[in-house]
Design a protein around this ligand. Structure first.
Ligand SMILES: [Zn+2]
Length: 343
């Protein structure tokens, strides 16, 4: 089947009360790992690429890898999403490269670092929504700022500063009315990267009550949790046991993500966990078999480790078992739906 708009997956998830992991990719092995996990668990999937990923792998490679995934797994609905578009031009270029969904992150200015004004955010997001919806493409916006930096994107806020940039539920409601986004990323205390919390997060630093309040005000908007890797201790230990040096760190516990899903979270961004799984597997081979030099000898276990992690998350978030339940609507179908809504 063709790559389908992310909105179709989010609508199905909302109707049936589950969440979807959105996994970041840069290369073939990561896409293969996600697709094998999707096949094993009968899961619809969101595969996303950041600006950093697009410049690392080049759009043409990415596009053809995604089309290969769609060809090899005709029963799995796949949405291809741009993570953290920094400008209208970046989003338009992704749509022109066949992404079926894009994020316009106007919470930061075009440099991807400086927090922006509400008016700026509305203006750029609105422009992307107009371009995207005419083509049936889904749009995710962001209101409030997350902590950390990943792939050169982020304000680099500290754990304390993050608390000053949390999403205001009233402003979120206004933002959706002003822009018409399909999905909204909210800042509830999470950060990008591996170093999210210095200890297991409590409700003091991870504000799940903000999600509940936003969902109460915006029951029809799909909420997105960014920076939602769980950073499993066993993966950090594996890396460190085989020569790595990762300080003690904590992510977002799975049970908090599941709590979010009860309150309208439909997309959960996971990147760090897969990076950790891949790195641990490669380090283990390098340490145990120092004479190997065929890249397949370490990329294959790395791919398997990522597949296992993806399967665990697909089951925990509830998307497992839903691939053959999702109605298949095309970009053209969605474009017609958006047009009817505007009239
Ligand atoms: Zn993010």
């Amino acid at each position: 089947m063709p790559l389908i708009p992310m909105r179709v997956l989010l609508d199905h998830a909302a109707e049936h009360g589950y969440g979807l992991a959105a996994f970041n990719v840069n290369n073939m092995e990561q896409i293969q790992a996600i697709m094998a996990a999707a096949e094993n668990t009968n899961s619809p999937v969101i595969i996303q690429a950041s600006r950093g990923a697009r410049s690392y792998s080049q759009d043409a490679y990415l596009r053809h890898l995604m089309l290969a995934a769609a060809e090899l797994y005709p029963k799995i609905p796949i949405a291809m999403h741009l993570d953290h578009g920094n400008s209208v031009a970046t989003c338009i270029s992704a749509i022109d490269q066949k992404f079926t969904s894009c994020m316009m992150d106007g919470s930061l200015q075009e440099d991807g670092k400086t927090p922006s004004s509400y008016e700026y955010n509305v203006s750029v997001t609105r422009e992307v929504v107009e371009y995207a919806h005419r083509r049936g493409v889904t749009v995710e916006g962001e209101i409030g700022c997350l902590g950390g930096i990943e792939d050169d994107h982020g304000a680099g806020l500290s754990e304390a500063e993050v608390q000053a940039h949390l999403t205001d539920p009233g402003q979120a409601e206004q933002f959706v009315a002003d822009t018409g986004v399909d999905a909204l990323a909210v800042a509830i205390g999470t950060s990008h990267g591996a170093y999210k919390f210095k200890k297991k997060p409590t409700s003091e630093v991870l504000k799940m009550d903000i999600i509940a309040e936003i969902h109460r005000r915006l029951p029809n908007t799909h909420l997105v949790m960014h920076g939602s890797s769980s950073v499993p201790g066993e993966l950090v230990d594996l890396i460190n046991d085989y020569g790595g040096d990762i300080p003690e760190t904590y992510g977002v516990p799975i049970e908090e993500i599941q709590e979010g899903i009860k309150h309208g979270v439909r997309k959960v961004n996971i990147d760090t966990d897969n990076r950790l799984a891949i790195t641990g597997a490669i380090r283990k081979v390098f340490k145990e078999k120092p004479s190997v030099f065929d890249p397949r000898s370490y990329l294959k276990p790395a791919r398997e480790a990522m597949q296992r992690l993806c399967e665990e998350r697909m089951i925990a978030l509830g998307q497992a078992g839903n691939a053959d339940e999702v109605p298949i609507l095309t970009l053209e179908d969605l474009a017609k739906r958006y047009e009817a809504e505007v009239r």
